[in-house]
Design a protein around this ligand. Structure first.
Ligand code: ZN
Length: 453
């Protein structure tokens, strides 16, 4: 097999060995002021100081990003591909927001051409923001999942995704049946799970939109495919909790609904988990399930404040990931996400240190998604997914950088003021490119005049 010439990515290299416990816990970090990452055939083969690493690849093509930071690409643990045209919809809480905006929008994804266009723009947008792996929901239509997996495969991108299963409390255009959700999920798993970097998530949307019969189907799929992930929503909003418990009166609480159907476990990603009781938090932790904290969404929809440290400091800690939850979330950027996470945590009297924040969106999310053997660190042997960050990307950032003296201060500035403009470059499996916006870009579509202004 012919291998492509190696690539040497030079810059201030930063990754995390474990969670940093304080703003000066540099022992948790791998940090090289003049560092480099050597990439061959999409994999990291060496990382460290530039002199040592460059000697291992004398024939390498050099991408010199000094003085920028080079980190593992960001990981977004929960977002919705079909909601790109739902983001920024005004004035609703969760259940109204779903019924008024989201479900009507998702009906459009029965059209495979529309699904392909949005899948392309979705990955353009996430990559442009420095995110190289997503755990994403597609619509109920299997063609929406095919579209996303095809687009990710073309870019060599690692994604976890699945078609949502929903057979009640939603319009006809976005519902399936227990049997069709089984058949469609099964054939998507056969087609995609483990093909290249694709991974499948069995995706009952949430207890409200699945009948007991469909929950049994989700349980059967999970039992038949223990290597697949499970993603759903839990305890986002008070009305949602009451409605879910009303629909499953035999369950002790909302979490127990998923427990009863065997849907908790180490590969289970449960979006939100804001209002859990002590019993529910114990069940989450004991099962190794992952609570996914989506701060911009939780603030935007007025859902509540996720108890980040209370969950993580339990006797048996809960596993936690962070995510944008686009389109309930208001930004594709994991930097913007952690800025809002910092504020949500501050409102509960705690502070998340900047090193820990960047650990969370790289190694922390990789561990939560059980993919840290592939991504989230710069360990040799892992996939070369990298983000290059410029802390002077805007005039305001450049001015503030004049007074920055430590790495932690620089990271906090990036998180507080940064967004896609701070992303200087992105590498997906060693391939450079902040997205492939092409013929499908909205910029090239004729815009109808906005009516009613
Ligand atoms: Zn969601």
């Amino acid at each position: 097999m012919n291998s492509s010439p190696p690539l040497l990515v030079r810059g201030r290299v930063l990754s995390f060995r474990r969670e940093p416990l304080a703003h000066d816990d540099l022992a948790a970090c791998l940090y090289e002021e003049d560092g480099a990452v050597l990439v061959r055939d999409g994999k990291i083969v060496a990382v460290g100081d530039h002199a040592t690493v460059s000697a291992q690849g004398p024939d390498a093509t050099v991408a010199d990003h000094r003085p920028h930071l080079v980190l593992p690409g960001f990981i977004d643990a929960h977002l919705h591909m079909p909601q790109m045209q739902v983001i920024a919809s005004y004035g609703a809480e969760l259940l109204d927001w779903l019924n008024t905006y989201t479900f009507p929008e998702e009906t459009k994804f029965r059209d495979a051409q529309h699904a392909r266009r949005i899948a392309r723009l979705f990955l353009d947008e996430t990559v442009r923001h420095g995110t190289t792996t997503v755990a994403a929901y597609c619509s109920v239509h299997p063609q929406s999942a095919d579209a996303l997996f095809e687009e990710a495969e073309a870019r060599g991108m690692m994604i976890i995704a699945g078609k949502v299963m929903m057979d009640r409390n939603a319009p006809d255009g976005v519902t399936d049946t227990p049997q069709s959700s089984y058949d469609d999920s099964k054939s998507l798993i056969r087609r995609w799970h483990g093909r290249g970097r694709a991974r499948y998530a069995i995706t009952p949307r949430f207890a409200i939109t699945s009948t007991p019969a469909q929950m049994e189907i989700a349980q059967a799929l999970a039992a038949e495919h223990p290597g697949c992930w499970i993603q759903t929503h839990l305890s986002e909003n008070r009305d949602e909790i009451a409605f879910a418990c009303e629909l499953f009166p035999e369950a002790r609480d909302y979490t127990d609904i998923y427990e009863r159907y065997g849907l908790l476990g180490t590969r289970s990603l449960l979006g939100h988990c804001i209002h859990l009781s002590e019993r529910e938090a114990s069940a989450m932790a004991a099962s190794g399930s992952v609570a996914v904290f989506c701060p911009t969404s939780n603030l935007f929809l007025g859902s509540g404040l996720f108890p980040y440290f209370r969950n993580r400091r339990r006797d048996l800690p809960m596993r936690v990931a962070t995510a944008t939850d686009v389109g309930g979330g208001t930004n594709y950027s994991m930097l913007r996400t952690m800025d809002e996470a910092y504020k949500v945590i501050a409102l509960q009297g705690e502070k998340l240190n900047p090193l820990a924040s960047f650990w969370q969106i790289t190694h922390g999310n990789a561990e939560a998604l059980s993919i840290a053997d592939c991504v989230g660190t710069l360990e040799p042997g892992t996939d070369a997914d990298l983000v290059v960050l410029d802390a002077r990307a805007t005039p305001a950032m450049a001015l503030r950088m004049e007074t920055v003296t430590t790495l932690a201060e620089e990271l906090f500035l990036l998180q507080t003021l940064g967004d896609d403009r701070a992303v200087a470059e992105v590498y997906v499996a060693g391939r450079a490119g902040k997205g492939t916006v092409g013929a499908s870009s909205p910029r090239n579509v004729d815009h109808p005049a906005v009516a009613g202004l």
